[in-house]
Write a protein that binds this ligand. Sequence first.
Ligand SMILES: *[C@@H]1O[C@H](CO)[C@@H](O)[C@H](O)[C@H]1NC(C)=O
Ligand SMILES: *[C@@H]1O[C@H](CO)[C@@H](O)[C@H](O)[C@H]1NC(C)=O
Ligand SMILES: *[C@@H]1O[C@H](CO)[C@@H](O)[C@H](O)[C@H]1NC(C)=O
Ligand SMILES: *[C@@H]1O[C@H](CO)[C@@H](O)[C@H](O)[C@H]1NC(C)=O
Ligand SMILES: *[C@@H]1O[C@H](CO)[C@@H](O)[C@H](O)[C@H]1NC(C)=O
Ligand SMILES: *[C@@H]1O[C@H](CO)[C@@H](O)[C@H](O)[C@H]1NC(C)=O
Ligand SMILES: *[C@@H]1O[C@H](CO)[C@@H](O)[C@H](O)[C@H]1NC(C)=O
Ligand SMILES: *[C@@H]1O[C@H](CO)[C@@H](O)[C@H](O)[C@H]1NC(C)=O
Ligand SMILES: *[C@@H]1O[C@H](CO)[C@@H](O)[C@H](O)[C@H]1NC(C)=O
Ligand SMILES: *[C@@H]1O[C@H](CO)[C@@H](O)[C@H](O)[C@H]1NC(C)=O
Ligand SMILES: *[C@@H]1O[C@H](CO)[C@@H](O)[C@H](O)[C@H]1NC(C)=O
Ligand SMILES: CC(=O)N[C@H]1CO[C@H](CO)[C@@H](O)[C@@H]1O
Length: 814
Amino acid sequence: MSMWWWLWWLGTVASVSGGVSGGDVTYDGRSLIINGQRKLLFSGSIHYPRSTPDMWPSLISKAKQGGLDVIDTYVFWNLHEPQPGQYDFSGRRDIVSFIKEIQSQGLYVCLRIGPFIESEWSYGGLPFWLHDVPDIVFRSDNEPFKFYMKNFTRKIVNMLKSENLFASQGGPIIISQIENEYQNVEKAFHEKGPPYVIWAAEMAVGLQTGVPWVMCKQDDAPDPVINTCNGMKCGETFVGPNSPNKPALWTENWTHFYDVYGNITKIRSAEDIAYNVALFILKKNGSFINYYMYHGGTNFGRNASAFIITAYYDQAPLDEYGLIRQPKWGHLKELHAAIKLCSETLLYGVSVNFSLGALQEAYVFHGDLRECAAFLVNTDVKKALVQFQNSTYELPPKSISILPDCKTVAFNTAKVNTQVNTRSRKPTMKFDSVKTWEEYQEVIPIFDDTSIRSDVLLEQMNTTKDVSDYLWYTSSFQISEGSKSVLSVNSFGHVVHAFVNGVLTGSGHGANRHPSFTLETNISLNSGANNISLLSAMVGLPDSGAYLERRAAGLQTVSIQENQEFHNLTNYSWGYQVGLVGERLQIYTEEGSSDVQWSGLDPSPQPLTWYKINFDAPGGTDPVAINLGSMGKGEAWINGQSIGRYWISFHTPDGFPSQIWYHIPRSFLKPTNNLLVLFEEESGNPLGISIDTVSITKVCGHVSDSNPPPVISWNTQTLSQHKQKKHCGRRPKVQLSCPPKRYISKILFASFGSLSGNCEGYAVGSCHSSNSTDVVEKACVGKRRCTVPQSYKKFGGDPCPGIRKGLLIEAQCG
Ligand SMILES: *[C@@H]1O[C@H](CO)[C@@H](O)[C@H](O)[C@H]1NC(C)=O
Ligand SMILES: *[C@@H]1O[C@H](CO)[C@@H](O)[C@H](O)[C@H]1NC(C)=O
Ligand SMILES: *[C@@H]1O[C@H](CO)[C@@H](O)[C@H](O)[C@H]1NC(C)=O
Ligand SMILES: *[C@@H]1O[C@H](CO)[C@@H](O)[C@H](O)[C@H]1NC(C)=O
Ligand SMILES: *[C@@H]1O[C@H](CO)[C@@H](O)[C@H](O)[C@H]1NC(C)=O
Ligand SMILES: *[C@@H]1O[C@H](CO)[C@@H](O)[C@H](O)[C@H]1NC(C)=O
Ligand SMILES: *[C@@H]1O[C@H](CO)[C@@H](O)[C@H](O)[C@H]1NC(C)=O
Ligand SMILES: *[C@@H]1O[C@H](CO)[C@@H](O)[C@H](O)[C@H]1NC(C)=O
Ligand SMILES: *[C@@H]1O[C@H](CO)[C@@H](O)[C@H](O)[C@H]1NC(C)=O
Ligand SMILES: *[C@@H]1O[C@H](CO)[C@@H](O)[C@H](O)[C@H]1NC(C)=O
Ligand SMILES: *[C@@H]1O[C@H](CO)[C@@H](O)[C@H](O)[C@H]1NC(C)=O
Ligand SMILES: CC(=O)N[C@H]1CO[C@H](CO)[C@@H](O)[C@@H]1O
């Protein structure tokens, strides 16, 4: 069967199962019910402000091709209501266009309004102005909070209603969420917690959207609100719906875990995700699974919360740039297709489960028309051979086989048939010429320059109101005789750079979950007055926890140990400057950049420097990234738009920066003369910066005798028809496919024989068909896609009869 047929077929399944929008949405103990039909739904989170509107159509289409029925998004309150009662739905904030695009592609929407969302987003999505509402206590039975929460929730619901976007109106939104993982903090609010849950549920239901509401991680969600599960292993951990009339829904099955500066990325394998999804469907009667995230995207500007890196869930099935990440995307697509083959039987049939061994189990579903679907589960860490209905099945460790006809294995969660992609970044422009750069030295303020004064150290967020990451604390310190001393700064977080008489004497920082830290630095003091200027920086507002409005950042105590004398400066007279001069003048914009005098590049980089350069966009349509590996810490702007914070100098335990490449969306670029401005806090070297393009350059496929036949070669609707087809003798085959407009230019490796390893690392074995490369080159070179069966005929004979063989091909996409 050709790849084309396969894609056509999948398209048909997707449109049959998810295509129709609108209708009545209700639920019972088994699933959501749309237009009277129970639904088994696969959903994926894509957050509209974490990409650009020109990326939305392709992200949604790749999600649909991946077998999703639903796109899930949060609503980002602080983007939409920057000041009380002032709303913004432009550009990346255009939620209505985003939802309409999903609708036009025939998918449903799960709308998680929150409006507290956490989401590794600045202040968990709450607008900072809420902080200054008198007597407010966020997320509790508190009148001021409830007033603003209700006002915003109603605003969003009314806006979407006026666009007819709820399913009850013929739109795509089938469920909405109120609050978010509240159970995590509920106890901290004592008697102010439970009434808030009830109020939130009643408030939401009172908005009459005509579709069900959910509360995630809220076991006691009041009727009719459905409690749902978040986590990596809901198949094991979910306690279940709190009523027999509610379905089991999984609103966040983490595709990996968000990244923070200084931590090593924890990659979650395609096999582990697939196993847990299948387990949830079986053990918990799950009928809705949302991947968090399906596309993570980019935390532009200062929108990331504390210590969260700028790339968001790059390891998701669609990577930061929207490129398909294989094998994750393809393996889950095959899982969805296999489960969809049995969804009617799962949703309407009766199930039995029985043991197949100590750690093996069968779940068998029977429909009215004698349909039968089976799932064979091996929870052991070793592989197992099981007998099921008179046949023997081999189950790899920790895996589930799906038999849509109770006979043929359509899919096993641990056997990845999908190709592996290699993503690479190609430098297209190096900024290594001194002459092309200009710089502007940020001014280090002293006490006399400041207008905000206080005799105590001010809390940072309350002082900056989040208009900037930066707050200067300045003071003057008098001594009679110059000396060597030690300056100590205790900070609630996140970063401090200490300047004494205009010279950087030391820097310190905290980390995610440990934001506070102490900086001790040796300083030289002059006789007379010394200028102490401490730049405190935040790396995003906090995003979670109870009493968020009371959280503190910035300096806590400052002292100087001078010879034998201890000086506590904490209650000295301090002068404050909010933000940087360059920020105030917006020198990262075309207009603003002319407000300061730029100069040629200083060969020895100084801290607190702005850098500026102009460049032309790289040709083509591949995504663009900037390599900031030579820099330290700061923020970068393209044509006045911030592409996010960068922090190269904060290494992970294995000695690497958490993120080197930063995404520049194509839509931020003009064909020529783009303005790049960076603010560098440390002494990074801009001459090492390059503009790179990102693409899939290599694909690799691997099959072997022990693999099952490739997933599903059947027509879905007619299971009976497929029962007649016999699958005996089918040979596994390697299917390779380059991204659109790219062709297989070269075979990097091909072996039919007893090779060892897999796509991650391989070697030719003692048995190897000398025809391997020739055969594969003929079949693949010059094509976008090719299929090579692991068949003796194809390779002109069996190089070693009786020995277990495999076929592995790695090809370059040119
Ligand atoms: C409440 O919401 C409405 C829009 O629905 C808005 O016009 C109004 O300003 C809001 N009130 C306050 C006090 O924020
Ligand atoms: C980052 O690493 C630290 C130390 O290993 C750990 O305590 C923390 O949970 C990690 N944070 C995240 C978000 O992974
Ligand atoms: C059947 O499945 C349920 C739910 O997963 C489980 O609790 C029970 O032990 C299983 N029964 C057998 C016989 O395996
Ligand atoms: C799943 O549904 C079956 C009925 O088909 C029921 O017997 C079983 O208890 C349910 N399992 C759970 C975990 O709710
Ligand atoms: C957050 O992102 C929006 C657009 O998505 C941007 O306009 C805004 O400036 C960012 N906010 C901050 C604080 O950087
Ligand atoms: C298994 O074999 C037995 C004995 O030959 C037969 O009675 C039974 O129907 C078979 N079961 C299936 C599911 O084929
Ligand atoms: C914030 O600052 C105001 C005065 O500017 C002060 O009254 C208030 O107590 C401060 N709040 C916090 C939480 O520090
Ligand atoms: C403190 O700053 C002022 C203003 O820039 C400067 O005149 C003075 O020399 C500085 N003091 C020291 C000790 O550097
Ligand atoms: C300060 O100087 C002393 C001696 O000169 C040295 O032992 C110490 O390590 C220095 N401390 C720091 C934080 O650099
Ligand atoms: C300095 O003074 C502050 C404010 O009074 C106090 O909290 C802190 O403990 C003092 N620091 C030391 C080291 O004594
Ligand atoms: C290669 O193919 C030719 C025929 O096309 C066949 O004669 C030869 O045996 C093959 N070599 C191997 C090692 O299979
Ligand atoms: C919040 C949450 O549900 N966390 C869970 C995520 O999954 C991991 C792995 O199963 C659990 O350990 C966490 O408790």
